[in-house]
Design a binder for this molecule. Structure first.
Ligand code: AMP
Length: 284
């Protein structure tokens, strides 16, 4: 049975015991409302470590004032069941007051990498992510921490955070899990009305089309982005936030693709903002 812990001190004590017993710890930070995407991270963490720790925390610091912090779906009982089914040994689900007992004066941030892509329409988001991930890594002190490629910008930023600040943890990237029609799994998919849900498959189709055109030899970012934009704007209710082609580590926009590039997009359906991405790789 999974052990549910809500206090930082309890978690530290339990993990100190596990470490003293020689157990390796794998950590999966989440905001809950777990789905198959999260479960693939947890499964990998439990395969590669003696103990898989999953955190479930809707982090207020990474939401803008107009965003869905208050309405973000929360269901701890269901999350615990899905976490244990995927191999979690411990679920850490602190209250906001446990993580932020007073207004924070210290933050963690990675410069530049958070300025473009999602950072443009979500100012402060990545500082909130870096801060909570730093806190959680300090609390859990895992050997390995697992992040989904679904959030490619977040992954690049966390890699740089850990590298620049010499955090003793290996960051493991896990491939995007998709619904049968190709839509990337996301806790926010449940916000979509039935017709929006059907139309949302255009994100994946547009990525696939870009991959096809890239494989046929197109290397100019503008051409690929225009092709995708035409597909997406043809779908009623879809509003493009961005389509960008960037260097995968630095996230700097690329006009021309040399070998590998990150192709990332964000599209709104009504109030729901969906993201997806893929790599454009020579020879693929
Ligand atoms: P979230 O709960 O949205 O903060 O996500 C927690 C972790 O799960 C992040 O590392 C995400 O990148 C990852 N994740 C979310 N959706 C997926 C997915 N469809 N496939 C793989 N990983 C995912």
């Amino acid at each position: 049975m999974v052990k549910l812990i809500t206090a930082i001190a309890d978690l530290r004590q339990t993990l100190a015991g596990a470490r003293a017993a020689g157990k390796s710890i794998g950590f999966v930070p989440t905001m809950g409302c777990l789905h198959e995407g999260h479960q693939s991270l947890i499964r990998q963490a439990s395969l590669e470590n003696d103990l898989a720790v999953v955190s479930i925390f809707v982090n207020p610091l990474q939401f803008g004032p107009e965003e869905d912090y208050a309405t973000y779906p929360r269901d701890l009982d269901r999350d615990c069941q899905l976490a244990v089914a995927a191999g979690a040994g411990i679920v850490f689900a602190p209250a906001a007051a446990e993580m932020y007992p007073q207004a924070a004066l210290a933050y963690a941030a990675v410069e530049l990498l958070g300025d473009g892509l999602c950072g443009k329409s979500r100012p402060g988001h990545f500082r909130g992510v870096c801060t909570v991930v730093s806190k959680l890594l300090h609390i859990v002190q895992p050997e390995r921490a697992y992040f989904g490629e679904k959030d490619a910008q977040q992954l690049a930023i966390i890699r740089r955070l850990v590298l620049d600040l010499n955090m003793p943890v290996l960051i493991v990237a896990v491939p995007i899990q998709r619904e049968p029609d190709g839509l990337a799994m996301s806790s926010r998919n449940r916000y979509l009305a039935a017709d929006e849900r059907k139309r949302a498959v255009v994100l994946y189709r547009a990525l696939q089309e870009a991959q096809r055109v890239f494989a046929a030899g197109e290397r100019e970012s503008r051409m690929l982005k225009e092709r995708m934009a035409a597909m997406i704007t043809a779908v009623p209710g879809a509003a493009i936030d961005y389509i960008e082609i960037a260097e995968p580590q630095t996230l700097q926009p690329l006009e021309n693709i040399q070998d590998t590039a990150l192709l990332a997009l964000a599209v709104r359906f009504g109030k729901t903002r969906l993201i997806d991405n893929c790599l454009l790789t020579e020879g693929k």
